[in-house]
Design a protein around this ligand. Structure first.
Ligand SMILES: [Zn+2]
Length: 406
């Protein structure tokens, strides 16, 4: 139903990407408008990393700049996938709420300076995320540019702090019913691990030799449920104020610590980010496998490729240029396996910052480049395939995957 809402709105498949215009000035925005028309962009994801601009200090919002970008994109025929910026808290947040900073398994409390530096189980973080989602939906719930809501970004980070310990115990009580049952399930009779009270039960923090495998497995099950709960809170805050579909971008293939099939049942439209980590045939195979899993998360429904790169992310931080034609090939590979379009991170390559070398639709070399020409070629192909919107895929073979076993 929500895939249909989106395709009706776009009159076909989606093409575009993350757009972070706060990095540039009005002259560049003008060129963006022109280049987006040339590339047949019809959907831009806005606001993913905009918390510090949207809420420069606790409780004080500034929407004027976002109003202007949404109005400009709408006037240019580009619909907006509006993100809640909760994956990148600003420095004021972590200074005001030090207990909401994540703690590693080794007991090191991280600090701001990167992104995703929050604890999803911290009450202050959860309250701030609900508040932001509600404020954005209140202002933009009926905005004509908004076609889709994008909650958070690539949920994945883990934490081992005391908030997490408390939430883990609550989850374990519900799962096992009694401490005796937990001791039985985890096999704590071995290595003298028997728990005599709930307070003794902790997340699987750094320890000597092997961890208890039952504890580790339950911790990952718990965390997947905790993250899904955080997603639901934002989704429900938006749904109360907007009738547009809501999703979150699930990260493939690297982050596998969540049950992504459980997320598939809670989003209006399954969305994935897909960055092959090897070039050539490996990238083609990984594209097929990632796309098939995305279709599976939603039980066969149409889904959406929310992010891909115009380069291959290789060996962690290094990037390789894609071979000529590969951007088109990967985009069509996803569409052939059920995606409602092909989107990228990000529209224009950052002039500075941590992802300065991450590929983009408009690279540092500008529009007079092979990368942008291939983006235009791909946009034109996607525009011609509009009749595929809402179609489903029949598979003749299956792979059995079990999240708990993984
Ligand atoms: Zn924590």
């Amino acid at each position: 139903m929500s895939a249909q809402q989106l395709s009706r709105r776009l009159r076909g498949l989606a093409f575009g990407g993350d757009y972070n215009p706060e990095q540039w000035d009005a002259a560049v925005w003008k060129e963006d408008d022109e280049l987006m028309r040339r590339a047949r962009v019809n959907l831009a994801t806005v606001g993913v990393f905009s918390w510090a601009l949207l809420e420069p200090e606790e409780g004080r919002y500034d929407f004027t700049w976002l109003d202007a970008h949404l109005d400009r994109l709408h006037a240019n025929g580009v619909a907006v996938d509006l993100a809640t910026p909760t994956a990148s808290p600003p420095p004021w947040f972590s200074l005001a709420h030090p207990d909401a900073l994540p703690v590693t398994a080794e007991g090191v409390r991280l600090t701001h300076g990167s992104r995703d530096t929050y604890c999803l189980a911290a009450p202050a973080y959860r309250a701030a995320a609900r508040r932001l989602a509600a404020a954005l939906a209140e202002r933009y719930g009926d905005h004509p540019a908004v076609a889709l809501w994008h909650v958070h970004n690539e949920y994945a980070t883990l934490c081992w702090c005391d908030h997490v310990a408390a939430a883990f115990r609550t989850w374990l009580r519900a799962r096992h019913g009694s401490l005796d049952a937990l001791n039985e399930a985890w096999g704590t009779a071995f290595w003298s691990q028997r728990y005599g009270s709930w307070e003794q039960v902790l997340p699987p923090r750094a320890t000597q030799w092997h961890r208890n495998p039952g504890q580790s497995l339950d911790f990952h099950r718990f965390w997947s449920d905790e993250v899904l709960g955080a997603y639901r809170e934002q989704r429900d805050a938006i749904r109360a104020r907007s009738d547009r579909p809501v999703t979150t971008n699930l990260m493939l293939p690297g982050y596998q610590n969540l049950d992504l099939w459980a997320f598939g049942g809670e989003v209006d439209l399954v969305a994935i980010d897909h960055y092959p980590v090897a070039p050539g045939l490996d990238a083609a195979a990984d594209t097929a496998f990632g796309a098939d899993r995305a279709r599976s998360f939603g039980g066969g429904r149409p889904w959406l490729l929310m992010e891909q790169g115009t380069s291959t992310v290789y060996d962690g931080d290094r990037v390789l240029g894609k071979e000529p034609g590969e951007t088109l090939r990967h985009s069509l590979g996803h569409i052939a396996r059920g995606s409602e379009g092909a989107l990228f991170f990000q529209w224009r390559q950052s002039p500075a910052g941590a992802e300065q070398w991450h590929s983009a639709m408009v690279p540092h070399a500008g529009p007079g480049s092979r990368v942008f020409r291939e983006v235009e070629q791909t946009g034109a192909a996607v525009a011609r395939l509009g009749e595929l919107a809402g179609s489903t895929v029949t598979a003749h073979a299956a792979v059995l995957h079990d999240s708990d076993a993984w």
